[in-house]
Design a protein around this ligand. Structure first.
Ligand code: IMO
Ligand code: MG
Length: 429
């Protein structure tokens, strides 16, 4: 009864989609547990490219069931768009895609409030995806959310929205000088959307329990990454959910003790998107980063924004490996480093003149640290065509070995390009 979790080690965009797609070949059920349409998971299959925001990547595998667990905030318009796009690719999600009835509905006013607060904060903005994520989770914990199960009941929906709009419209009108949302319009538009997704709505918790009981192979698809986790990440420059493995149980109902394998996904280097005002110790603004960005096509899947790039931060990676109790690491985009004479990894920070290997909780400290690098020789070879671990250039293997040794989590999967067959596993996995 394997329950495998695929978790991002950094600030998202680690290549989780590709890893999940590969592993889904041996799964019965793929589950998303947290986040929302802020995620952008790209999967390449032959000449087709799929970009998922809310749908689990397992939808691409015919025999795999997919569940959006209750920790996910569901943008009703976006999910319908995604389902339509999938259908336009000739993939039918009927009978294979399920949405938990305990999921929170992400409403149009969440997106509005997200945009308005970012605009107001201006240079201090968080650089959110403006998908309404923070406001939706905030409403959930302030008892102002709407579960899909309740959104299906029009009378209950109206009553709930009426209460919610008292607060939301007060904020919109009096804090932002904006137009209020109209209750009748919102009830009608929400009901119409809910009616369309109703065939997919199910008791997600019951589905999980049934799958566990039947010894199904469950694969959890993490969204964002540990450094964006609202508790373990670089707060306040985080996202609003528990993006580490700690969000799995609360986000879909798999009891923690049922989790059998935790895979941490990291790129062969580091990136971050949107949070120019937030900490990113190894951010590089020179030609190395430019080359990484160009070779790694480092532009946001969800927003198209250029990502900030830098060398791999092993201090942060080790922190995340510990937070998640990672069994092993998967390293994506190793081929991006093919052209470098030397490759740097950050193995300590200098904080106020002192060397430290600890990952600070203080955001102010993390903004002040300077990376201390180890310089390693590059392999200077095109590795995109390799299909066997042991055939990889020794210098590339040394790089992977060092990552494993430093973080305490061995690297057992490596990706050498976007295609399925470019995923190479170490023999014993
Ligand atoms: P995947 O699943 C990269 C970042 C945003 C912003 C911060 C808060 O593709 O790895 P939010 O919209 O969540 O309120 O924004 O989090 N962010 C991501 N960055 N990949 C993601 O998802 C992200 N989801 C959120 O850029 O800095
Ligand atoms: Mg992304």
């Amino acid at each position: 009864m394997p329950v495998t979790c695929v978790i991002g080690m950094h600030w998202g965009d680690e290549g989780k989609g590709g890893i999940v797609d590969t592993l889904a070949d041996n799964a019965d059920l793929v589950v998303r547990c947290q986040g929302g349409a802020n995620a952008g998971h790209t999967v390449h299959v032959g000449s087709a490219t799929y970009k998922f925001h809310l749908l689990p990547c397992g939808v691409l595998r015919e025999n795999v069931q997919n569940l959006i667990g209750h920790g996910v905030v569901v943008d009703l318009e976006k999910i319908l768009e995604e389902i339509e796009t999938l259908r336009s690719h000739g993939i039918d999600p009927d009978g294979r895609l399920f949405i938990s009835n305990r999921c929170q509905a992400l409403m149009p006013y969440h997106k509005k409030l997200d945009g308005l607060s970012e605009k107001l904060l201006d240079k201090g903005a968080l650089g959110t995806s403006r998908r309404g994520i923070g406001p939706c989770y905030a409403d959930k914990v302030a008892y102002r959310g709407i579960r899909l199960a309740d959104a299906c009941d029009k009378d209950f929906l109206r009553k709930t929205l009426k209460k919610n709009l008292l607060v939301t419209n007060a904020l919109l009108q009096h804090a932002y000088g904006e137009k209020p949302f109209d209750l009748d319009e919102l009830v009608e538009s929400t009901s119409a959307l809910v009616a369309k997704i109703k065939p997919f709505i199910t008791d997600g918790l019951a589905m999980i329990h049934k799958a566990l009981k039947a010894d199904k192979r469950i694969l959890v698809e993490g969204a964002q990454g540990t450094l964006l986790d609202v508790d373990y990440g670089t707060y306040p420059f985080v996202s609003a959910s528990n993006a580490s493995v700690h969000g799995v149980s609360s986000g879909c109902g798999i009891p923690e003790r049922k989790i059998t394998t935790i895979i941490g996904v990291t790129k062969a280097y580091s990136t971050r998107v949107g949070a120019e005002a937030g900490p990113f110790p190894t951010e590089d603004k020179g030609p190395d980063a430019e080359l990484i960005r160009k070779r790694g096509k480092e532009y946001g899947t969800t927003t198209g924004r250029p990502r900030q790039c830098g060398w791999l931060d092993l201090v942060a990676t080790r922190y995340s490996a510990q937070v998640n109790d990672v069994d092993y690491l998967a390293v994506s985009l190793l081929d991006v480093l093919d052209v470098f004479d030397t490759i740097k990894v950050c193995e300590a920070y200098e904080l106020d003149g002192k060397r430290t290997e600890a990952f600070p909780a203080s955001c102010a400290e993390l903004m002040r640290v300077k990376p201390i690098y180890r310089v390693m020789p590059g392999w200077k070879a095109d590795i995109t065509g390799y299909r066997k671990w042991d055939d990889l250039p020794v210098k590339a293997l040394n790089y992977l070995e060092y990552i494993g040794k430093f973080t305490g989590a061995p690297v057992k999967i490596v990706r050498l390009g976007p295609e399925r067959e470019q995923t190479v596993r170490r023999r014993e996995t």
